[in-house]
Design a protein around this ligand. Structure first.
Ligand SMILES: O=C(CO)[C@H](O)[C@H](O)COP(=O)(O)O
Length: 428
């Protein structure tokens, strides 16, 4: 039997969720899941509405129940769900009572292994308890720090013989790999529901699942390479949103339009106009790095075109100056990504005060050597190195959501209508 494609509606607006579900069905989705955020936002009404609107399709209630298993299964079953999820991390008594309730109401119970330390032995135990489906699942937040549900799928497949569902950031390639590794149900959320073309994305994933492409021996790029690649694709507003709306470096502006800069910081602490350490930093920095300078004066410059040329030849990504820059016309001509808080014609003197690669303040932000610096036409943001991969992944999720909202606006809605603004204003 060909694997089932289940589309997870991780959405908070029911009207949008129904529209997205219909588009996904057109592309080949079999089961439609009321995602946990949708259930929390709209309650059992979400299940009832999906059941009414999507005749002939199994509706899955992703309840993620942790306690009172029987009551929650009863509620979702009565609303029209055919499969209901409980968490594998719950006590066995919760699972057993949920199973009794599932049997009584003629629905299947999916037990979700999200965040379980030893998923293989828990899966074996859940099979003994009578679970109908094992959910191998890496949650959205776990995906952002690099976890992958396919890492444990084969071992679980070898250990249980009941159906297995797999979820966790799957796309066309990993969905096909999941099917090839023995998944019976392939669950896809973000990569379908946040796509500009939901039907096209669902179709692509449906086709690749059907081909069950052999698991490629894909060599994973280094975390730094992946991080850089993602930062190149997202904007500084996407990154700011991903960091709970963190502001950009204050008063630091791009030198020209169409600028894009991504790199790790080589920092310079210097003093008004002293250009020795800034220019020496171009000998320290290399490809993939950005020189970030605190100079402390908007009236005398520690940097200009000649320093920029030297950096460009070495593959240094750009420069950010809390202070003044000069030769802006020439720097614009060679398009060396540069950001500064002022421009002046006058240079200072090379006195040699200050230090390279120490913690500095730039545009009101602490910057340490190795922190990620991303600049574009909107400004410059700093991402702490420890969270760079996670923030890059979260920024990509922001971008995907915006792509979907943009597609809905292009079909004639306003932003307020698409995001249901009035309903979601903060109540005081
Ligand atoms: O249950 C979920 C999150 O807890 C999601 O529905 C599931 O992970 C599928 O979505 P995605 O493909 O975006 O990971």
């Amino acid at each position: 039997m060909r694997p089932i494609l289940q589309v997870a509606l991780d959405e908070i607006n029911l009207t949008r969720a129904v529209a997205i579900a219909k588009e996904a069905i057109e592309g080949g989705a079999d089961y439609i899941e009321a995602g946990t955020p949708l259930i929390k936002s709209e309650g059992m009404n979400a299940i009832r509405t999906l059941k009414d609107e999507l005749k002939g399709h199994v509706i899955v209630a992703d309840m993620k129940t942790m306690d009172t298993g029987a009551i929650e299964v009863e509620m979702a079953a009565k609303a029209g769900a055919g499969i209901i999820s409980v968490l594998g991390a719950s006590h066995d008594s919760t699972i057993e009572d949920a199973i009794r309730s599932a049997r009584k109401y003629g629905v299947r119970l999916m037990v979700d292994l999200i965040n379980i330390e030893d998923p293989v032995s828990r899966a074996v135990r859940l099979q003994e308890l009578g679970a109908d489906i094992i959910g191998v699942h890496v949650g959205v937040d776990q995906q952002m720090v690099g976890q992958d549900p396919l890492d444990v799928l084969s071992s679980i497949r070898r250990s249980v013989n009941i159906p297995i569902a797999v979820a966790g950031g799957l796309d066309a390639g990993s969905a096909a790999a999941a099917a090839a590794l023995g998944a019976d149900i392939v669950i896809v959320g973000g990569n379908i529901i946040r796509s500009k073309d939901v039907t096209g994305s669902a179709r692509l994933i449906r086709e690749s699942i059907d081909k069950k492409a052999a698991v490629s021996g894909k060599i994973r790029k280094s975390l730094d390479e992946e991080t850089r690649e993602i930062f190149m694709q997202v904007s500084t507003p996407n990154i700011s949103d991903a960091m709970h709306r963190q502001p950009a470096m204050r008063d630091i502006k791009p030198l020209y339009e169409g600028i894009k800069m991504v790199g790790k910081a080589v920092t310079v602490q210097t003093f008004a106009g002293d250009w020795a350490k800034p220019v020496e930093a171009s000998d320290v920095a290399g490809p993939g790095e950005v020189i970030v300078i605190y100079n402390g004066s908007n009236y005398v410059s520690p940097w200009g075109e000649l320093a920029s040329r030297g950096c460009q030849q070495k593959g240094i990504e750009g420069v950010v100056i809390d202070g003044a820059i000069r030769d802006v016309d020439d720097i614009r001509k060679i398009k060396f990504p540069s950001f500064a808080s002022a421009s002046v014609p006058n240079a200072g003197e090379p006195k040699g005060m200050g230090e390279i690669n120490v913690e500095i303040m730039c545009g009101g932000f602490k910057v340490r050597p190795g922190d990620w610096i991303i600049g574009d036409d909107n400004g410059v943001v700093v991402v702490p190195q420890e969270r760079a991969y996670e923030i890059a992944r979260r920024a990509m999720e922001v971008k995907k959501s915006e792509d979907r909202v943009r597609a809905e606006i292009e079909r004639g809605k306003t932003l307020a209508q698409v995001v249901d603004l009035y309903k979601w204003e903060k109540k005081t």
